[in-house]
Design a protein around this ligand. Sequence first.
Ligand SMILES: Cc1c2[nH]c(c1CCC(=O)O)Cc1[nH]c(c(CCC(=O)O)c1C)Cc1[nH]c(c(CCC(=O)O)c1C)Cc1[nH]c(c(C)c1CCC(=O)O)C2
Length: 419
Amino acid sequence: VQSRSFLKRPLFGFRSRSSQSSALDMATATLEPIQASDLQGLEFPPQVTEPMSPSEKAELREERRAAMKPDWPLPKNTNVINALKGEEVEAVPVWMMRQAGRYLPEFRAVRAGSEFLKVCQDPGLASEVTVQPRRRYPELDACIIFSDILVVPQAMGQPLQMLPNRGPVFDWRLESPEDIKKLDLTPDVEDSLGYVFDAMYLTKKKVDNEVPIFGFCGAPWTILGYMVEGEGSRTWAETKRWLYDYPEESHKLLEAISRLSAKYLIGQWDSGAQMLQVFDTNAGVLPPHLYEEFGAKYMRMIADLVKAERPQALIVGFPKDMPLASFNDSSYDGIGLSWTADVQEMRERFPNKTLQGNMDAHILYANKDAIRKATHEMVKEFGKKRYVANLGHGMEPRMDPEHAKAFIQSIKEASSELE
Ligand SMILES: Cc1c2[nH]c(c1CCC(=O)O)Cc1[nH]c(c(CCC(=O)O)c1C)Cc1[nH]c(c(CCC(=O)O)c1C)Cc1[nH]c(c(C)c1CCC(=O)O)C2
């Protein structure tokens, strides 16, 4: 009942392709933007809605480049850091995948004035939406920098657009290995992705070192999928065909993406990130032996390359729905789990790793008592040691911020009931 009345609020006007909204619409449909005139009605109004000027951007860039360093002082809240190191935590740490997203009215207020990619490329706006979730939920133990995994192929020469009701679409796609020639496999990471480092650095200043900030990138297998399909896909059949038809060229590309991604993560680290996450959202679409060869191998390569240069870096790998045992011997500190994972089984499979996850995100559409009950059960099952609470999937536009609050607060309640 709660969530239905919530959906009727005009703030959450909902536009779908057909008059009957389907399950797909639920996850991806566009919500009406919030205009500047509505801002005063917001409970947590954005502090920044205007992009930075070119001179402000240039000044920030200069400052950030001079400030980059491999070691930043520990934040006040070290729960996630301690959990990833396998040390004692004060309370079970929690953050939510896609915590900065359209379910937040304050996020939509920023997005109303600026396209998605413009927000990513403007450090003032990107840092604003990165810190928004903590303004609303001070219990959150981390921020994750606002960007997207697809900025990496964009840096390699595939221009990206974020289309309403459709999601990410590239201007052109890799139809055959011939098309690899159109890419720059070794772009300069500072020139092509320095805007993310700027956003990280400015966010670092804004959070005043209260909590750590996650940097992230997509895993090569998931990135290759978007590069080949040109957009999202239900089956990723065309990308799977690539692996079978062009194994050598696929390996070449996956390795190039891995090397660039490692440099990109190191740049985020040096700009102030204190944890890094590699998202392999499409891991579960491959048979395990193929995922080992074309997916897990490159996930491990990224972590190895980062740790070779920044041994102190803390990294979480999220091989969604395909948590192969080989990850226990990888240099990842944490393994992300989706709701399809069995907790006991995963604890046995990954005795050396911190586990992160794995609430079924769709429980946030249900009532708060159901959310509280399931959250308590989850925390009890994972325990307080080597655990970072999260959803097994990202927040969706139509989820109720009050339900997210119930999830976060239940994590802390359940944690205080543990030894
Ligand atoms: C597969 C993937 C993508 N992006 C990402 C993944 C891996 C994790 C996952 O599986 O969710 C990762 C991502 N995307 C975004 C973040 C920001 C930080 C955060 O988690 O709060 C992160 C970590 C912002 C975003 N990335 C996107 C949005 C919505 C766009 C908007 O605001 O208009 C946000 C907030 C767009 C995006 N970007 C992508 C898709 C498929 C879509 C469309 C679906 C959708 O609209 O939600 C690619």
